[in-house]
Design a binder for this molecule. Structure first.
Ligand SMILES: [Mg+2]
Length: 348
């Protein structure tokens, strides 16, 4: 593996971008995507008017009365996420996905120039082939690449070179270090440490006691510049999920059974397209009351299959056999995925 710069590629306002690509009449207008009654993603015109994800739709409409609200097109979003990951894989020799719409890419770059050229190509192809704006950060380590992609948004490319890297390793606020939890930040702030350089003032042992061995090591490594710079590819998927909400903003509500069938249909279609068969299914039901716990139900079949009829039957009987409170939404996950051609081999 090279130790040249790596890329962090991250789709901008992903859910909103997926919605906008089929609807050119919405271009330039403030648009937000709603999951249940919460804003899941807002495009940049909406953000410029103060709309933030994670807030209630009513709050968002108070901020921006002309806001256009669209239900999450969950199937479209899941398919766009897969297409994006496939595109990343075509552009890189190793891809480590962070979520549905972002990943670290090892493009084999030996210099910043090569990394920038590869980053431009990722952005060009995502725009041309998927109509999704992707911002790209270039940096020596994963943290630096991630900070760079954050600085690149929206729809840009940003490089953190050696000088800027040195500045960040001294002055970066701990709150901006990805992966450091709020509790750790609070504990360190109580000692007057707010930035990475503040770590120099306390003995390693104190740091370890405050935030645990793994985090102490990571923080020290970041301060010293020996943090993670290896892209670890996920070669094959072992699970595939599809999820949805019972209630929509502008569509009729679904019954849990209807939603189960739709999610099963979607996830089986995706498995089939990827040439995968499953022998397990997990149903994760999200209750509408925050007091009720999330309910996880598991089922399986002795023979691996991607048949929506089979998995609908399994999922619906799991749902019928459990005491499930009123639901806000649910997720269907196909598990123990195997390549369809391998299964054929073992049968004959
Ligand atoms: Mg993103």
């Amino acid at each position: 593996m090279s130790r040249g710069p790596l890329l962090h590629a991250d789709a901008d306002a992903f859910f909103a971008s997926v919605v906008l690509r089929g609807r050119p009449q919405l271009a330039g207008l403030p648009v937000a995507v709603v999951a249940h009654v919460i804003i899941a993603s807002a495009n940049y015109p909406a953000r410029a008017r103060g709309v933030r994800s994670g807030v209630h739709t009513q709050e968002a409409l108070r901020q921006c009365p002309e806001l256009i609200l669209v239900d999450v097109p969950q199937g479209e979003v899941e398919e766009a996420g897969e297409a994006l990951l496939d595109l990343f894989r075509e552009c890189a020799r190793a891809v480590e996905p962070g979520s549905m719409e972002e990943a670290f890419l090892d493009v084999g770059a030996r210099s910043t120039e090569e990394a920038v050229a590869a980053g431009r190509e990722v952005r060009r192809r995502a725009a041309a082939e998927l109509e999704i704006p992707v911002s790209v950060g270039v940096g020596r380590t994963k943290l630096m690449a991630k900070l760079a992609s954050r600085a690149a948004k929206p729809d840009g490319l940003h490089v953190i070179g050696p000088d800027r890297e040195a500045e960040l390793r001294a002055g970066l606020p701990l709150r901006d270090v990805w992966g450091v939890g709020a509790r750790t930040v609070e504990r360190l702030e109580s000692l007057g440490i707010t930035g990475l350089d503040g770590l120099d003032a306390i003995p390693y042992e104190t740091l370890r006691r405050l935030c645990g061995t793994a985090m102490a090591r990571r923080l020290r490594a970041i301060r010293e510049g020996s943090d993670d710079a290896v892209v670890r590819p996920v070669e094959r998927r072992s699970t595939l999920s599809s999820e949805g909400s019972i209630q929509g903003y502008a569509r009729p509500d679904w019954t849990p059974a209807e939603l189960v069938e739709m999610c099963v249909e979607r996830v089986c279609r995706r498995a089939e397209r990827a040439g995968l068969l499953a022998s397990g299914l997990t149903l994760t039901a999200r209750p509408s009351s925050l007091e009720s716990p999330v309910c996880v139900l598991r089922g399986g079949r002795p023979t691996a299959t991607a048949s929506p009829q089979v998995w609908s039957g399994v999922a619906l009987s799991l749902l019928a056999g459990a005491e499930v409170p009123p639901l806000a939404g649910l997720r269907v996950t196909l598990t123990a995925l195997v390549q369809a051609d391998r299964v054929q081999d073992t049968l004959f």
